[in-house]
Ligand binder design. Structure first.
Ligand code: NAD
Length: 487
């Protein structure tokens, strides 16, 4: 760890209390250059380590994350605000990617085919070099773990920039990397805001960038990174719809909707922030409102809390403003959590579960990602009308259909233009043997995070065609001037 000589520092606050937890540096240009150079230098030897020793280090890292998961979760509660159990889920979903990275020898196996007499063609998956990771505030551990373990297991070195609002979990992960003996320089953490992001986009040593966060940042990073010739994968904002058919199981559906809309105070990229009730399913809206009314906002370490605060006072102001815009545009405030102040936490950025009904697609509260504990409800007469609505929304991150009809589920699955589809599953984040995808406005780039796609993102494929003949074999007496054909 290096003490920064920064002149600009970001304040770090507990969003439940506003307690000042510390300061996060805007790393200086010199510090950023040193960190990238350290990764570049470490790459020279790290790429030569055997895949089995990298696997062994991943297995050790996996064990250490399991051992320290509750410490990390506590840190997440204090910096981010989500509840302790939810924070444990954040760590666990990151750990699953470490689990997956432990299978790196299998992931890197290439293909081989004898293509002619004494001639084979085969592929080798090689690391790219230094890869950069830029992560958001809403999953302080998981998203760094989507990136770094697979990046280094495949032989790259990694420069990771956590969100300046929640750096603690990433620092704890970096400590674990050190404690399991992964050599210095293989992972470097750099702090800061836009200046650090721009450094990652521009630094010539960095060959690829994995980004997760908002549209504004993601579009900028994708444009700047690719203009510099880098491979960039960017997962952006979301507006996820839960479509409810009248034949669904009402208890299951309402439980799942309430959890997925208000869990983590709606600050998940896969939050079901929009419900579309089809036909007679609309009769369940009052029951959903009552279910949401019973949820308690509070400090994340209090076991009675169902949801914590939103991340910053500015986020709270933005969410309240979007709720008001909905009311101004004619939506009905079915549940008003805007005045929520849990006893003892009057200074926190709390918003209670809030529900806007009669929302129409032209309203701002529908078009924009709210990223708070606010569910907007629309209605449709048919499944096809609901599908058209989802497909017309600019985002395509996740969606869920609630139904007991296999044919309706199949029709939905085939016609919906969204990356992650849940059938009676509200937050269908795929486990790491699959990849986390996304569609339309929720994604930039072609190769997805983790899974086979993640391995492809962090490697380039070299294809070798080799001819090995016996020394005494007959050779052609003159040069072949036509395009070589293999047959
Ligand atoms: P954010 O975009 O504010 O921050 C993400 C990262 O980008 C941070 O490291 C930050 O320092 C940097 N950054 C912020 N503004 C920037 C700018 N103008 N230029 C360059 N860099 C900038 O995102 P956040 O608020 O921390 O996270 C929430 C957002 O992330 C939501 O929109 C959410 O939907 C999205 N998200 C998407 C996914 C997904 O997989 N699609 C997953 C998690 C979060």
């Amino acid at each position: 760890m290096v003490q920064s000589g920064a002149t600009h520092w970001f304040e770090l606050h507990n969003p439940a209390t506003q307690e000042l937890l510390g300061y996060v540096p805007q790393a200086t240009a010199e510090e950023l250059r040193e960190a990238a150079a350290s990764c570049a230098s470490a790459f020279k030897t790290w790429r030569k380590t055997s895949v089995l020793s990298r696997q062994r280090m991943m297995l050790d890292l996996q064990a250490l994350v399991r051992e320290r998961q509750d410490d990390v979760a506590r840190n997440i509660v204090h910096e981010h605000g989500k509840t302790f159990n939810d924070a444990r889920g954040d760590v666990f979903r990151g750990l699953q990617v470490v689990d997956h990275a432990c299978g790196v020898p299998s992931h890197l196996m290439g293909q081989r085919l004898p293509v002619a007499n004494d001639m084979d063609t085969y592929t080798i998956h090689e690391p790219l070099g230094v890869v950069g990771g830029i992560t958001p505030s809403n999953f302080p551990f998981m998203i760094g773990a989507w990136i770094m373990p697979l990046a280094i297991a495949t032989g790259n070195t990694c420069l990771l920039k956590p969100s300046e609002r929640v750096p603690g979990a990433t620092m704890m992960l970096a400590q674990m990397v050190k404690d399991v003996g992964i050599p210095a320089g293989v992972v470097n953490i750099v702090h800061g805001g836009v200046d650090t992001v721009n450094f990652v986009c521009d630094a010539p040593e960095i060959r690829a960038i994995s980004f997760v966060g908002s549209d504004t940042a993601g579009k900028h990073i994708f444009a700047r990174g690719t203009a510099n010739g880098k491979r960039v994968q960017a997962n952006l904002g979301a507006k996820n719809h839960g479509v409810v058919l009248p034949d669904a199981n009402p208890v299951h559906t309402l439980n799942q909707l309430a959890g997925a809309a208000f869990g983590a105070a709606g600050q998940r990229c896969m939050a079901l922030s929009t419900a579309v009730f089809v036909g007679e399913a609309r009769q369940w809206i009052p029951a959903l409102v009552e279910q949401a009314r019973a949820l308690q906002a509070g400090f994340g370490m209090d076991p009675k809390s169902d949801l914590g605060p939103v991340i910053t006072p500015a986020s709270k102001r933005r969410v309240l403003e979007l709720v008001q815009s909905g009311v101004d545009e004619g939506a009905t405030l079915l549940l008003d959590g805007t005045q929520c102040t849990p006893a003892g936490y009057e200074h926190g950025n709390f918003i209670g579960p809030t529900i806007l009904g009669n929302v129409k697609p032209h309203m701002r509260c529908y078009r924009e990602e709210i990223f708070g504990p606010v569910l907007v409800i629309l209605e449709a007469e048919t499944l096809d009308e609901a599908i058209a609505m989802v497909n017309a929304n600019p985002y395509g991150n996740g969606t869920a259909l609630f139904t007991n009809s296999g044919s309706a589920a199949r029709h939905f699955e085939e016609n919906i233009d969204v990356g992650q589809v849940g059938i009676n599953v509200p937050i269908p984040v795929p486990i790491p043997p699959f990849a986390f995808t996304g569609s339309r406005g929720s994604i930039r780039g072609d190769l997805n995070f983790y899974g086979k796609s993640g391995v492809q993102f962090f490697t380039s494929i070299k294809t070798v065609t080799a001819l090995w003949r016996k020394q005494d074999a007959t050779v052609a007496s003159q040069a072949a001037m036509s395009m070589p054909t293999i047959h």
